[in-house]
Design a protein. Structure first.
Length: 204
């Protein structure tokens, strides 16, 4: 092996070592940040799933509550025969619930936590929307990720990524009924007048 070949061989080995060091460093960074990265990926996948519901959506709609305050409606989705009111609940662990009980229970490991039945607030939001915007065909749903488990079942108005009815999804939508479209346009008009750029209605 002459001098040039020897130098080329050394350069190649140096490049391989450099790439190996970079690869190990990247893997170490990913490993050390696996928790936050998993949380971000999980949230991204949930939002991606939610964004596929309906023909069009409105986020963070401000609706008067009738008591000189207002509700911030998490998400409205337009389907062919109704407007869906969807509230995302980022709970994890086992959830024990029933439609009419005052409190639901979240169990994580050996600890349990009580929280107010979120269906009550959802019903209040639907009532407020009806009072504010007139007769609208509304249906309310709570959305939980796969991180929430319901050992004893849940009400029909609770959705998870694998239990969203196919006819809710964007790819299965039919022509929107005229009265539903008219109500949706009214909501959009109100939202565009009262909201900010980051609250604008979005196509899904």
């Amino acid at each position: 092996m002459d001098v040039n070949q020897a130098m080329n061989h050394v350069d190649l080995q140096s490049e391989i070592v450099a790439f190996a060091i970079i690869a190990i460093a990247l893997l170490l960074i990913l490993y050390l940040n696996r928790g936050p990265l998993f949380v971000r990926y999980h949230e991204w996948s949930i939002q991606r799933c939610l964004n596929k519901i309906g023909v069009e959506q409105i986020r963070n709609l401000a609706c008067p509550d009738g008591l000189e305050g207002h509700y911030s409606i998490d998400r409205l989705a337009l389907t062919h025969d109704a407007i869906l009111v969807i509230a995302y609940k980022p709970y994890v662990g086992n959830i024990y619930c029933a439609e009419r009980i005052a409190e639901w229970t979240q169990v994580i490991g050996q600890k349990s936590f009580k929280f107010e039945n979120p269906l009550f607030e959802l019903e209040n939001q639907i009532t407020a929307l009806t009072l504010a915007f007139g007769s609208i065909t509304l249906r309310g749903y709570l959305f939980f990720s796969h991180s929430a488990v319901f050992p004893k079942g849940h009400p029909e108005s609770v959705l998870q990524p694998d239990s969203i009815p196919p006819h809710f999804m964007r790819d299965h939508q039919q022509v929107v009924k005229e009265e539903v479209q008219a109500a949706w346009d009214h909501l959009k008009w109100h939202h565009s007048g009262a909201g900010s750029d980051d609250e604008a209605s979005v196509k899904t």
